[in-house]
Design a protein around this ligand. Structure first.
Ligand code: C2E
Ligand code: CA
Ligand code: CA
Ligand code: CA
Length: 281
């Protein structure tokens, strides 16, 4: 017993030490990594579960670090949110997506709408709208081809509802769609849904973590989805891994899904092929 707990304590200690070291490594190398193009945009398709057609994709960042190997967002996004570097990284990802859309269109290829994650920090930046506008103009981005995903905590942060309303109106004017990401994972933002009109309601995968036959979860989902539709929002659920989950979602009128059942996040070159195959079908 005693030996075991001492071991697990040591293990815990070692793990914290390793995390602190990685944290410092990340901060030491992030600027150079951005310049060296070590950050790579992966794309995860979104599907219409009713007809199995791809209807969009989400851009998700990865870090091929020359110092620390391949890193997933869970390992570095939090650090960047704390030190503010996320502002630069998010714009890099957004610009890569803009470039990709622009290249596809110039080549006469179709492209599905692509969503991009935006940290809450952007909303308090003075030049956020100006920077968005520059990208739209520079890459000739058609209205409706990029969706900005913000988590509900970002909305909850907003002090001034009138000001946020104005920001979102301006973002829409530039042609961006807006999405409330991870809905249901944190504290409720129902009042914000009332105050600010968004295009997409993205249900957190925690709704699916409970067993798919849980009647309570299903009832709650049904009402949330109904509310989303009443508010004229597109409702999509993330983290769909099984056919049972897809069927359950369809039974409560959620048509759209993102999840391993349909496709995993993939590098741009692979996504380009995937999209061309899907759209040719
Ligand atoms: P998110 O925005 O909720 O993105 C969805 C996450 O769920 C992705 O993890 C995706 O790979 C994962 N996922 C998709 N389908 C399934 C599934 O069926 N099962 C399971 N278990 N997972 C699934 P990922 O790529 O590791 O990203 C994690 C989080 O990091 C994202 O969560 C997002 O909050 C953040 N993130 C990623 N890229 C960016 C970025 O460019 N900017 C910002 N600000 N945050 C980002
Ligand atoms: Ca997201
Ligand atoms: Ca999400
Ligand atoms: Ca999530």
């Amino acid at each position: 017993e005693v030996k075991n707990s001492a071991n697990s304590f040591m293990f815990f200690d070692e793990r914290i030490k390793a995390e602190l070291i990685l944290h410092r490594e990340i901060e030491n190398h992030m600027e150079q990594a951005l310049q060296n193009a070590e950050f790579e945009v992966y794309y995860q398709p979104k599907f219409n579960m009713q007809n199995n057609h791809m209807m969009g994709a989400e851009a998700l960042v990865r870090w091929n670090s020359s110092h620390n190997g391949f890193l997933n967002p869970a390992q570095f996004i939090g650090v960047f949110e704390d030190n503010g570097f996320i502002i630069q990284l998010d714009f890099y990802v957004l610009e890569e997506v803009c470039k990709f859309i622009n290249e596809q269109l110039i080549a006469g290829q179709h492209v599905v709408p692509i969503s991009v994650n935006q940290s809450r920090l952007h909303l308090s930046e003075k030049d956020y709208l100006k920077k968005l506008k520059k990208l739209v103009q520079r890459y000739n981005i058609p209205a409706g081809s990029i969706e900005l995903e913000l988590t509900e905590t970002a909305f909850a942060d907003l002090q001034d509802v009138a000001e946020s309303k104005a920001i979102f109106a301006a973002v829409k004017n530039l042609g961006f769609l807006t999405s409330m990401d991870d809905f249901g994972s944190g504290y409720s933002s129902l009042m914000l849904l009332n105050a600010i009109s968004l295009d997409v309601l993205k249900l957190d995968r925690s709704f699916l973590a409970a067993s798919e036959d849980s009647a309570r979860t299903r009832d709650i989902l049904e009402k949330i989805i109904e509310m989303g539709h009443k508010l004229k929002m597109q409702v999509i659920c993330e983290g769909v891994e099984t056919k049972e989950q897809a069927n359950m979602l369809l039974s409560v009128n959620c048509l759209f899904a993102q999840g391993f059942l349909y496709a995993r996040p993939m590098p741009q070159a692979k996504f380009k092929e995937f999209m061309e195959e899907q759209l040719a079908m």
